[in-house]
Design a protein around this ligand. Structure first.
Ligand code: ADP
Ligand code: ZN
Ligand code: MG
Length: 472
């Protein structure tokens, strides 16, 4: 039997206004080569100046994952040639990164597991090569965009754990607001390092690195494919030959990984301290930066303050938008448990594909109004589900007019309900007698009959109340 060993490297693009070593804008989707200057074009003599905001964001991250923040860190040159890297080297951090030894907790089958963060360092992004039929073009808008590279310990043991880790990391980054972390736009990219070893063995075997995975689903599939490939090679006795230290790409059409190139080793990059940049020395003012409430803290607070289930709290903190939505619902002074059900089960049950909580046709204000109608007894929970589907499909409709249009207004008028109750009791005199002789269970029968007659529109609390008083 094999044990799976996975370590992840994530590149998060920091959402500073300007690049890390010059004052060019970092805006996405501009015309090619608009956001450039002598520094990020690598013209001779142009010098880098470190962006303070990028440093602050890296420190926030370090604090959030309970890491050591190095008072002194160093920028190095990582030398390699690539057309989208005009300097011929990337400015990165190597032996003294700004953040080291952190941790992230993931929830796997209801249990918490700690995953170590080896390091998080600042570096610059490269430009982009655009390949067209017979020629290639280079866009340097992205060159010099600040990245935080976050490296995990090889402590993940399955593709599920890897995805849980990435989702937690993603959520932390969004809560800190240090990156848009938009996977489609490439501002949150992951490389997965995967190896296997016989169960019980503690040494690390040859790892394969799968580059630039840009969706949680592809990450899961790529890791699963790679585990299978390596296990089969082992069982067939061709492990040494087939599993070599290399970089592989994930083919998203066929869901397989393919060899791209041999993996470089650190020595090949000829790292050395960048003589154009002084070491980064942090003053206390930097180290004392305040960070917002984090997902795990929120989770505990939700459980303690509102008595909601851990599994529900997990969902609410899985994204910044969801927790904001939930907190807005609470601000309308609604019952927290009702809010959880109507958000986590009912509304999220309707969201699909591109329709996410961010662009949900039903916003928190509207869902809050609907929940209030249930609390006030204007409509039943069952009717509210109909209203929700209706306003989901017809976003322009307001709650009141939807209830009216669907004819779902709950009857709370005592007179109307009483009349029906009298009818039912008169038609069932024998059962009324049996009830009075002690057959308590019949109460439910009467409620059922009355509700049926009221076509589900009677307020159940009222029905119960009037029936009780009539039956004595
Ligand atoms: P590089 O940039 O060369 O890929 P890093 O140190 O940045 O090196 O990242 C290495 C990543 O690979 C880390 O996440 C680490 O946990 C992981 N890793 C190292 N050895 C193994 C292994 N044998 N199996 C799986 N993952 C590994
Ligand atoms: Zn520039
Ligand atoms: Mg790597």
């Amino acid at each position: 039997m094999f044990e799976v060993v996975i370590g992840l490297e994530v590149h998060a693009q920091l959402n500073t206004k300007t690049k890390i070593f010059c004052s060019c804008a970092t805006s996405f989707g501009e015309k090619p080569n608009i956001n450039v200057c002598p520094t990020c074009l690598a013209l001779p003599g142009a010098l880098p100046t470190l962006n303070e905001e990028a440093v602050k964001k890296a420190i926030s991250f370090g604090k959030a994952v309970n890491a050591t923040i190095n008072k002194k860190s160093v920028f190095n040159r990582k030398n390699y040639f690539y057309p989208d890297l005009p300097k011929g080297y990337q400015i990165s951090q190597f032996d003294i990164p700004i953040v080291e030894n952190g941790e992230i907790f993931i929830n796997i089958n209801g249990k918490n597991k700690r995953i170590g963060i080896t390091r998080a360092h600042l570096e610059e992004d490269a430009g982009k090569n655009i390949h067209e039929s017979s020629f290639s073009k280079i866009d340097l808008n992205r060159a010099g965009t600040p990245l935080l590279e976050i490296v995990s310990e090889p402590e993940l043991r399955s593709s599920d754990e890897a995805v849980a880790y990435l989702k937690k990391l993603h959520s932390i980054i969004r809560f800190l607001d240090i990156s848009d972390a938009n996977m489609q736009e490439g501002s949150f990219r992951c490389d997965a390092n995967v190896s296997i070893r016989p169960k019980g063995d503690t040494k690390l075997y040859t790892r394969v690195e799968i580059k630039n995975l840009n969706s949680f689903r592809f990450i899961q599939k790529a890791i699963e494919y790679e585990i299978k490939r390596q296990s089969i090679a082992w069982e067939d006795g061709v492990y040494e030959k087939e599993v070599v230290q290399e970089t592989r790409l994930f083919d998203t059409t066929n869901l397989i990984t393919k060899s791209m190139r041999n993996k470089e080793v650190a020595a090949e990059y000829r790292y050395f301290p960048d003589p154009d940049l002084l070491p980064v020395v942090l003053t206390d003012e930097f180290l004392n930066v305040k960070i917002p409430e984090l997902p795990d803290e929120k989770k505990i607070r939700y459980i303690n303050e509102f008595g909601i289930k851990e599994s529900d709290a997990e969902i609410l903190i899985s994204s910044l938008e969801l927790s904001r939505f939930f907190e807005e619902l609470l601000s309308y002074k609604l019952n927290p448990k009702l809010c959880v059900t109507w958000l986590n089960t009912e509304l999220m049950g309707l969201l699909r594909g591109d329709c996410t909580i961010e662009n949900s046709p039903v916003n928190a204000k509207k869902l809050g109004e609907l929940i209030a109608k249930i609390e006030e007894g204007v409509i039943s929970a069952k009717a509210a589900k109909e209203v929700l589907s209706f306003i989901f499909e017809n976003p322009k409709m307001q709650i009141d007019e939807s209830i009216e249009k669907l004819g779902l207004k709950q009857v709370s008028d005592d007179g109307v309900i009483e009349k029906v109750i009298d009818q039912i009791l008169n038609a069932n005199e024998d059962k009324v007698q049996e009830y009075k002789n002690g057959k308590d269970k019949l109460f439910g029968f009467f409620v059922g009959q009355v509700m049926k007659e009221g076509k589900g529109a009677f307020n159940p609390a009222k029905v119960n109340e009037i029936l009780k008083s009539k039956l004595g």
